[in-house]
Design a protein around this ligand. Structure first.
Ligand code: ARG
Ligand code: GLU
Length: 725
């Protein structure tokens, strides 16, 4: 062989080894792993500190820890901590269920709630808990004879039909629910077989001064002093199977519950977080990352700043408004704050540059491997295609984000969809059919109305509508411009006018309308909220959706190919799929951040520090008197450490939204805490995880036990738990 060629080959090989080496090292630390694949990670897990076999973490003979990790209320995680179906999750995960059963006389946010026995546990309509019974990789059955570069149109119908068929087969064979989801952007498929229980009752809920301590000010921040937990119980029928609520249902029985370890933790300890992370995009290209960084996140932050200001003003002035809006506000503020952290992290860590470097490496790798049979067709077109497609859609993405965050965040306009349903009913139905439909729409209206304050929503309108007009110049739906002109181009007049006129903001009239024998079509057609809702829907259908649909379809295609080829660059077992709200396990160690910095962050927080933040004039920082007294007497029961009461700790686990309420486990799979947040510096981890910066925040289980005993006087619950002390 010619020496020139040899040396250039050698150079190339070394270069590739370097790239591949880098990828696998960085990938090894991050990742949300599929529980059935943990066997493949066993040696790494053991090296990091795991002391039990990986088969204890997941198995499908009903003896694995996976059986104790549940989906709580459709968007959070919970864990089973007793043989009587006792569930531990976050305070903020139980928050909206508790809001539904709260009232001025039963203000559980101000006073907390603690059942003294099972009879006192409160049913929570609409709340559910889902157990995952089994997960199976079904990629071969779904992607059989489907080649990577196949067009969406050819591939989708085949894949969809196979998914539906296989789900049906699993349901038939197991008598349980079955759902197949796509992983690695359509390059892998797994089925989850599950069972959902709907009789779930509230057992314990600390008052907000503990459970939401620090509120939105401290949210996404470290150090943190929030007792973010609540307790529920799953009820079942006589056969221990799911059943709708009935007084005589009994507590769900199981052998799969977590042992609690209250012996404490130290820096460097191995930890695992087991739960249901919702969405991450670690395989995202620089083009889509740029959209998030330059278009989407800034609009969300801008609109929500205004919306939150308007809501908060009314909530502080009136407790009734607070009770209506507290859950809504918390979720709006949660995203608002997270995206600010994300944006900052992306900018400060030059993530876009890093993504671009990664793409350059991808192209270099590809040029060397284009002839490999594993590399997909069209691979060399991936990046330039994504670039062009993103450019073509950016302006519509911007408008759409304003429509979602500004226009449709005004509840009166968003609820226009209810008016539209009523219009359809009144227009097309008669007699009993009409009466029944209106009765069910009335129920939806009342559920919405319970937490609706027209004056607060009008304030939101006054803040958001000008934002839409200013930023979407030339892209305003005509009905909006017409109404605006009709009110003499004055947003205040406009809102006063429509909130006075719309049925949605006039409860008595609305109910009378729904109850009347002959509801007039005219009334509903002329409702200004219906007009605005229909106008914005039509605008989206005609002007935005066609562009966004094409964009989404094309990007789905290229992202699938991009991920497919990226996976060829390293060892497949080193790649974890992005989060998609399926059960995952991540692992890391207890570790502070940047102890050298000015803030001197340590890995742990304590109750005495919480009390330093006490401020009776600020709702978020009011420490309950009794808690202060307990600290003053250092009365921590068995749960303190060196005369201090630990609250929370941080670790390097790669978590995301949905991991709230997740059990945090030690090397033996015992419960040492409940995950509830990430640190501000690292919220970019949904897009780019860096083990040096990203930390998950865990509520120490000792604080949970202390609050149950000393604040809730509910140590009757300890009898059913297994606690190591
Ligand atoms: N940031 C946490 C999560 O993403 C906690 C949210 C609840 N707390 C709040 N202040 N809104 O869910
Ligand atoms: N609080 C988040 C949740 O609701 C978990 C924190 C995170 O996003 O990492 O799931």
């Amino acid at each position: 062989m010619n020496s020139k060629i040899t040396s250039s080959l050698l150079f190339k090989t070394t270069f590739i080894l370097l790239i591949v080496g880098c990828t696998s090292v960085s990938f090894a630390k991050k990742g949300m792993w599929m529980p059935p694949n943990l066997g493949l990670k066993e040696s790494d897990l053991k090296k990091m500190g795991l002391k039990i076999p990986a088969s204890k973490l997941y198995n499908d003979n009903q003896t694995g820890i996976n059986q104790a990790v549940v989906i709580f209320d459709k968007g959070c995680t919970g864990e089973v901590i007793s043989s009587n179906g006792l569930i531990l999750t976050n305070h903020h995960c139980g928050y909206s269920a508790v809001q539904k059963i709260s009232s001025a006389t039963k203000d559980y946010f101000a006073n907390g709630f603690w059942a003294k026995n099972q009879q006192e546990e409160i049913p929570c309509p609409g709340l559910s808990v889902t157990f995952v019974r089994k997960m199976v990789n079904v990629t071969d059955l779904i992607l059989y004879e489907i080649y990577p570069a196949m067009k969406n149109e050819e591939r989708d119908s085949i894949v969809d039909a196979r998914i539906r068929g296989l789900e049906k087969g699993y349901r038939f064979a197991t008598h349980l629910d079955a759902q197949i989801k796509s992983f690695f952007n359509g390059n892998e498929y797994w089925v989850t077989v599950s069972e959902t229980y709907t009789d779930v009752r509230l057992v314990g809920f600390p008052q907000n001064g503990i459970g939401s301590f620090g509120g939105d000010t401290d949210n996404w921040m470290w150090p943190r002093h929030t007792g973010d937990f609540s307790l529920f119980r799953v009820y079942a029928n006589g056969a221990n199977k799911p059943a709708t609520y009935a007084k005589n249902n009994r507590a769900y029985k199981t052998n799969n519950f977590l042992t609690i370890n209250a012996k404490g933790i130290k820096e460097g300890d191995f930890t695992m977080v087991y739960g249901f992370p919702g969405t991450t995009q670690s395989y995202i290209s620089s083009y889509q990352l740029a959209q998030i960084q330059n278009i989407i996140d800034p609009i969300r932050i801008q609109a929500r700043t205004l919306r939150l200001e308007a809501m908060t003003k009314n909530m502080s002035a009136d407790r009734a408004v607070f009770l209506k809006y507290t859950a809504k506000r918390a979720s709006i503020a949660n995203g608002w704050k997270k995206w600010q952290g994300e944006l900052k992290g992306l900018q400060q860590n030059h993530v876009l540059d890093k993504k671009r470097e990664q793409e350059t490496r991808f192209m270099t790798w590809l040029n060397l491997h284009l002839m490999d049979s594993s590399v997909s067709g069209k691979a060399s077109e991936i990046l330039q295609s994504m670039d062009a497609i993103c450019n073509a859609a950016n302006s519509s993405i911007k408008t759409e984000e304003y429509i979602k965050e500004a226009v449709l965040s005004i509840e009166l306009i968003q609820q226009g969809q209810l008016l539209e349903k009523i219009r359809k009913a009144v227009n097309t139905l008669k007699g009993h059919a009409l009466k029944d439909t209106l009765a069910s729409l009335k129920a939806s209206y009342l559920a919405f109305e319970k937490d609706f304050d027209p004056a607060t929503d009008a304030a939101v309108f006054n803040a958001l509508m000008p934002l839409y007009f200013k930023n979407c110049n030339g892209k305003i739906a005509t009905e909006f411009t017409n109404q605006y002109q009709q009110y003499r181009a004055d947003f205040g007049r406009w809102s006063t006018g429509i909130y006075a006129r719309s049925l949605l903001s006039n409860k008595t009239e609305f109910l009378a309308y729904l109850d009347s024998d002959k509801p007039a079509l005219e009334t509903i057609i002329n409702d200004p909220a219906l007009k605005l809702y229909n106008a914005i829907s039509e605008y989206r259908t005609k002007k935005i959706n066609p562009i966004l649909n094409t964009y989404n379809q094309s990007m789905r295609y290229w992202n699938r190919l991009y991920t497919y080829n990226t996976l060829l660059m390293g060892d497949r077992t080193d790649f974890a799929p992005d989060a998609n709200f399926t059960q995952r396990l991540t692992y890391g160690v207890v570790k502070g951040i940047d102890p050298e910095s000015e803030a001197g962050y340590s890995f742990q927080t304590f109750l005495d520090e919480a009390i330093l933040k006490d401020n009776p004039n600020v709702e978020e920082f009011k420490v309950p008197e009794k808690l202060k007294a307990l600290q003053a007497k250092k009365d921590f029961g068995k749960w303190g450490e060196n005369k201090r009461m630990p609250i929370a700790f941080i670790a390097s686990n790669h978590t995301s939204g949905g991991n709230s309420g997740s059990p945090v486990l030690n090397a033996y799979g015992e419960l040492i805490g409940t995950n509830f947040d990430r640190v501000w510096e690292g919220t970019m981890s949904d897009l780019y995880y860096d083990a040096n910066i990203c930390r998950n925040i865990t509520l120490d289980v000792r604080y949970t036990l202390f609050i149950i005993e000393k604040m809730g006087n509910a140590s009757w619950l300890f009898k059913e738990m297994k606690i190591k002390k």
